[in-house]
Design a protein around this ligand. Sequence first.
Ligand SMILES: [Zn+2]
Length: 173
Amino acid sequence: MTTKTTYKEPGSGAVEYAKTFTEGMSRSEAAVVITQLLGGELHDVDDNRVKSCDYCGYFWRDNSLRNTKKTCSDECKRNLKTMQRREQRANKELLNPTPKEKKHTLMDDYIWWLEYPFWINEYSMIKIGWKHERPSGVALMDYIEAKNTIYGEGNRKISKKTVEYHGDKRDQL
Ligand SMILES: [Zn+2]
């Protein structure tokens, strides 16, 4: 990362480097110089030891022997590691989300896979059951009667709707 759009608190290495420009200046003079420094106008561009810190984003000068550091200070290095770990975790979570515990639903109380299904919770049974087993005796009889009048008995138009009608005691509610 060489360019940063958001600046954090400068790390101690960046502060040290800025000080070399503002030594002995008044506050207002230093403010101007710091602005130029942040804009990358002050440092010698041929000096490959001057870099923008990978964590805080401020310019600093790498005085290490091999010039391989990426961050201006130990605290920036630590923070960068933490940030990378957090990103890795987030990416991993994105690719391989830990399965969420399934919420218990009313239907879970219905043991439907057995030959004789049954409910293990009466509350769930009533909450679900009334939708499917709504009393429809009179309405159903009226409906069948009306259809019979229109189409005649035994000569029904084939409909997608199937009416559960037995024609015996089972229909009396
Ligand atoms: Zn830094």
